[in-house]
Design a protein around this ligand. Structure first.
Ligand code: MV4
Length: 431
């Protein structure tokens, strides 16, 4: 909504019955009710969104982060209805949505991938022979999965058959596609991703990297840019690989290539997110660029206004995600009405909130309430500002992840930039 105001575009919010008083509705020039609270009958119903666009005479649809943002059929339906989908071409979404095909396309473009199967495997016997070749432990992954859905680690040959059947069955149930591929399993890797941006004329740039290792069960908690302690030579190879991979598939608009980095400094492509991501503000803070304004411009057919040399990564930025969850109860969702809300403000602090005092967090949607983003001339300054910002938040009526985030920011390993993807599950930050 802010980006639209910046370019002089009027905005229409779509909302469910649960969100009539939502922050995005208050922010928009106009609002259209699209259905009841369950997202299947509202935000995930492409027909309802398209009908709302027709009703309000909209020119374009921004799909946001979740829901239909990576649904190639929806992107195609927008185009068929004469609406601009503010995102990549439907074909790029489709190809990257197949995780095995994404791996193959990136490998063909010269982007490093983990040893594994070039195609989905047809049966347990083929999975077993591939696993022997790449070496145990291996990870079995659903090609229609992604984001951690439909994976199983296999430590030894005896476990393979059962794991293969389980991943296949779960993938078939969740996605209607039981195809499975094999990859060597990397223990305790870092998760580093590269923001890329392309236009319809074939220009492609990167906006540096984000470190996203502090997560729990594939739900990110803390993200930052730059990735602390990343060797400059590795960083240069990483960003070059991301640009090469995105260009090779004819990508346009905002996208992110996810990589795993091991302790030796080797990195491997994991998957590509064909949308703007929740954590994009840290990239905006270190580059000084507005990614959503750029999305609008590129979607409208403008060429990219940025040259690679002019995209600088200055200082450091951190994002903490505040969820309505109780970290003392294994991050149990904590729905309810926010009876009191006081949020920090000031130099180097940016708050991106979807809630106000009186808002209700329902069980129907993701419990992310707001993001705190701080920047500083150095990582230490960004951390100091974040610790202070967390201390100044007052949220009553629901439990939040703030006490946990405080412990992460205070932890010696985090402060040294010594992070990996398994830390939260290992209990490193437990009180
Ligand atoms: C892996 C892996 C280790 N080895 N693949 C998790 C989400 C999906 N994007 C892929 N994921 C992983 N794939 C191999 N071959 C470890 C993970 C993983 C992970 C990756 C990124 C961020 C957090 C993670 C947490 C657990 C596992």
């Amino acid at each position: 909504m802010r980006a639209c105001r910046a370019v002089g575009a009027r905005t229409v919010a779509v909302h469910s019955e649960a969100d009539a008083f939502g922050a995005h509705v208050a922010d928009a020039d106009e609002a259209v009710l699209i259905g009841p609270a369950p997202s299947r009958e509202s935000y995930l119903d492409g027909g309802k969104i398209l009908a709302a666009a027709r009703h309000s005479d909209a020119d374009a649809i921004h799909p946001g982060y979740g829901f239909l943002s990576e649904n190639w059929r929806f992107a195609e339906a927008c185009a068929d209805a004469g609406l601009t989908f503010i995102g990549p071409p439907a074909e790029a979404i489709r190809r990257m949505g197949d995780k095995s095909e994404a791996r193959r396309l990136m490998a063909a473009a010269g982007v490093p991938v983990l040893p594994g199967s070039p195609e989905p495997v047809v049966d347990v016997a083929e999975a077993a022979s591939l696993a022997e070749r790449v070496g145990f432990p291996v990870l079995l992954k659903a090609t229609a999965g992604g984001g951690g859905i439909g994976m199983a680690k296999v430590a030894e040959p005896a476990q393979l058959a059962a794991a293969f059947a389980a991943v296949q069955r779960r993938a078939e149930a969740a996605f209607g596609n039981g195809a499975v591929y094999v990859e060597r399993y990397l223990a305790e890797p870092r998760h580093i991703e590269v923001q890329v941006f392309g236009d319809a004329r074939g220009a492609m740039v990167h906006l540096h990297e984000r470190e996203c290792s502090i997560q729990r069960r594939h739900q990110k908690l803390v993200e930052e840019s730059p990735a602390p302690g990343l060797d400059p030579a590795i960083k240069t190879r990483l960003t070059a690989a991301a640009v090469k991979g995105a260009a090779a598939i004819g990508y346009a608009n905002a996208g992110t290539l996810e990589f795993l980095l091991d302790a030796t400094g080797a990195f491997y492509f994991l998957e590509m997110n064909t949308r703007l991501q929740v954590e994009h503000p840290v990239t905006e803070e270190v580059t000084g660029l507005d990614l959503v304004v750029a999305q609008l411009r590129v979607a409208a057919g403008e060429t990219l206004a940025w040259t690679q040399e002019a995209i600088l990564q200055r200082g450091a930025a951190i994002e903490c995600r505040v969820y309505a969850e109780d970290p003392a109860k294994n991050f149990l969702p904590s729905p309810g009405t926010i009876s009191r809300l006081e949020l920090p403000a000031g130099e180097g602090i940016r708050v991106e909130s979807g809630v106000v005092e009186g808002s209700t967090v329902t069980v129907h949607y993701d419990p992310l309430m707001l993001k705190l983003v701080t920047r500083g001339a150095s990582r230490a300054e960004a951390i100091a500002r974040m610790s202070d910002a967390l201390d100044r938040c007052v949220i009553q009526g629901v439990k939040t992840t703030i006490p946990f985030l405080r412990r992460v920011l205070a932890h010696a390993d985090y402060r040294r930039g010594q992070v990996h993807t398994q830390m939260v599950e290992q209990g490193v930050f437990n009180a």
